[in-house]
Design a binder for this molecule. Structure first.
Ligand SMILES: [Zn+2]
Length: 116
């Protein structure tokens, strides 16, 4: 007979090849907040959306900066570079927030207020 990896009691139960007793399995199931799958799906999707936005903002920034390859950029060009730069910085920040939210949920079961 095998021993539960969590509490060490004897068990015949294996989950993904790991010995676990029924009591520990129940406790693990209770620890998962209700609607966890839905929340996880939303948070993962938020990361995909944020990644795509950062990618698009990066491409826009590259495009805008390449439009004035030599000499002084047109005054309007400076503004466009500034706007593209700000949009890219914001998109990167949003991506970091999305990653932090998913990590918080997966590691600490922290449900973001807007998804609770
Ligand atoms: Zn156990």
């Amino acid at each position: 007979m095998a021993r539960c990896v969590t509490c060490g009691s004897t068990t015949e139960l294996f989950v993904s090849g790991v010995a676990q007793c029924e009591a520990c399995l129940d406790k693990a199931a209770e620890a998962v907040p209700p609607g966890a799958e839905r929340i996880c799906r939303i948070l993962k999707n938020d990361i995909v959306v944020a990644k795509n936005r950062a990618k698009a903002a990066s491409a826009e920034f590259d495009l805008v900066t390449k439009e004035s390859p030599s000499g002084l950029p047109h005054p309007d060009g400076v503004l466009r570079v500034r706007i593209a730069s700000r949009a890219y910085a914001q998109a990167r920040q949003d991506l970091q927030i999305a990653i932090r939210r998913l990590n918080g949920f997966v590691v600490n079961n922290t449900i973001p207020d807007d998804l609770a």
